[in-house]
Design a protein around this ligand. Sequence first.
Ligand SMILES: NC(=O)c1ccc[n+]([C@@H]2O[C@H](COP(=O)([O-])OP(=O)(O)OC[C@H]3O[C@@H](n4cnc5c(N)ncnc54)[C@H](OP(=O)(O)O)[C@@H]3O)[C@@H](O)[C@H]2O)c1
Length: 256
Amino acid sequence: MRSDRFPIGIIGGTGGMGKWFAYFFQQEGYSVQISGRSSGPGPRQMAADCPVVIVSVPIEATDQVIRKIGPCMPRESVLMDLTSLKEAPVRAMLDASVSEVIGLHPLFGPRVASLDGQNIAVCPARGERWLPWLKDIMEKNGANLVETTPEGHDKMMALVQGLNHFNTVMLGLTMAGSGVSPQELRRFSTPVFRERLDHLSRISTHPDLYAHLIAGNPNTDKLLTSYGNNFNELQTLLSSGDVAALTKMIKKIEAI
Ligand SMILES: NC(=O)c1ccc[n+]([C@@H]2O[C@H](COP(=O)([O-])OP(=O)(O)OC[C@H]3O[C@@H](n4cnc5c(N)ncnc54)[C@H](OP(=O)(O)O)[C@@H]3O)[C@@H](O)[C@H]2O)c1
């Protein structure tokens, strides 16, 4: 560890994203303390040792973990999280601590090889000391930082994650109910369809995470009304066999 490097604590550092960021910071020369439910230092010890603590636990455990670590964080330290939703965790970090607070959402999963070209949503919430350090280390590794508010972030995630994953779940449920075997589907698949199947497979192996991304974001519900209206309109057009009207409707997609 270089002399200008301080220890970084990651609660949830034994899991997917936590492990990814632990490796990232180690490569940058920092020492990293990690903890899980039954391993690593407790909150008091981690807060005493590490001026930077990052919470990277499942969405449903985030509030409880923040409420344990928050009160232990000194004023001059920074508490951050990697949660895929931002309003509730950032509010909880502000409520539970007197330290600096920055909400982060890496817009990628632990399968990517590096930060190069990846987007990260950043919600600075309290303090000014740590943000330049964070920006510098992320940007010099090629990340694109998108600064936003927790509310703005969650509205965007209703489209990027909530609606997107809802749509994929609908596709998966419909295909599962069709009676066609996965092997047969793969044999007839196109490259684009194989990408959809891979997305389905990621969702079905982490059902808790995706259920929270869809149902945990109150903004998704509003979009589903529009989704339902579009579904009904498309189905009516399909039943009537009106190809010209369907083409006209598909052309509306150009707007995005
Ligand atoms: N996966 C993604 O693609 C992705 C992308 C962006 C952001 N995120 C966000 O990153 C966070 C972590 O997701 P993940 O996919 O990395 O989850 P994960 O692989 O399931 O890892 C969860 C980690 O949290 C620990 N943990 C669970 N409950 C805990 C508790 N009550 N107290 C302390 N530690 C606890 C686990 O430790 P033990 O098992 O050792 O107990 C494990 O280290 C989530 O907030 C998610 O929204 C995920």
